[in-house]
Design a binder for this molecule. Structure first.
Ligand SMILES: [Zn+2]
Ligand SMILES: [Zn+2]
Length: 194
C-alpha cells in the first residue's frame, strides 16, 4: 500500500467522480445517477437529494480535474482552498465496518462539501509525499479517464481492466498482422526508400 487505506479509497473515488464528466459525457445526469455513485463509493452521511446537491457535486468535478495537470504549488493552493471553504476539521472516526480513519467534514455537511474535503485530504497526502506524478490519464485509445496509479512500481497505465484488455488485444492483433505480412514476404509498415 502506498497511502493509508482511506486515502487510497478517497483518491479512487475522486478520480471516479472526475470521470463522470470526462470526454464530453455526463454520467451524473440526474439524482438517480448520483444515488448510484454515492452507493457505489460507499458514501455515508446526510443527503439533500435535490437538484442543488447534484449541481454542487457537478461543480466540484472540474475543480478536482485540474489537479491532474497542476504542479505541486498550484495543487497545494487548490487543496488548501477546498479545505478552507468547507471549514475542514480533521477528526479520527470509526463507523460501520471501518476502523479509525479521518473525516474532516461532519456527516451532516452537504455532500459536495464532504466530497471536496475527503478528496482534498487525500490529495494533501499525495502532495506532501511528492507523489503527484501518480496522477495519470488513461493510455488507452478513445479513453481520457483520469486515474491515480497506486501500484508499487508506478506502472499502471490504464484507468480500468477493460481499457488494459482492449489495448492488449489491439496490440496482439497488430503483432499477428505483422507476423502474417512478414510470412508472406512483405511488410505492412512503410520502409524508408533507399
Ligand atoms: Zn468514514
Ligand atoms: Zn481508460
Amino acid at each position: 500500500m502506498i497511502f493509508a487505506h482511506d486515502t487510497e479509497v478517497a483518491l479512487a473515488s475522486a478520480a471516479a467522480l472526475v470521470n463522470t464528466g470526462r470526454g464530453g459525457k455526463e454520467l451524473l445526469g440526474d439524482l438517480a445517477a448520483l444515488d448510484q455513485f454515492v452507493a457505489d463509493w460507499g458514501w455515508t452521511g446526510g443527503r439533500a437529494r435535490d437538484q442543488a446537491e447534484l449541481d454542487a457535486v457537478r461543480r466540484l468535478r472540474p475543480r478536482l480535474e485540474r489537479l491532474w495537470e497542476m504542479d505541486p504549488d498550484a495543487a497545494a493552493g487548490l487543496v488548501n482552498t477546498l479545505l478552507r471553504e468547507a471549514g475542514a476539521l480533521p477528526q479520527l472516526v470509526k463507523h460501520d465496518s471501518w476502523d479509525y480513519h479521518l473525516h474532516a467534514a461532519s456527516p451532516d455537511a452537504p455532500l459536495a462539501d464532504r466530497m471536496a474535503v475527503e478528496a482534498a485530504m487525500a490529495f494533501a497526502d499525495v502532495i506532501r509525499t511528492g507523489q503527484l506524478g501518480r496522477l495519470r490519464i488513461c493510455a488507452a485509445e478513445n479513453c481520457d479517464n483520469v486515474h491515480v496509479d497506486l501500484s508499487k512500481n508506478r506502472s499502471r497505465r490504464f484507468c480500468s481492466v477493460s481499457c488494459a484488455n482492449r489495448t492488449n488485444v489491439a496490440a496482439y492483433r497488430t503483432r499477428q498482422a505483422r507476423q502474417l505480412a512478414g510470412a508472406e514476404g512483405r511488410s505492412v509498415l512503410p520502409r524508408p526508400a533507399g
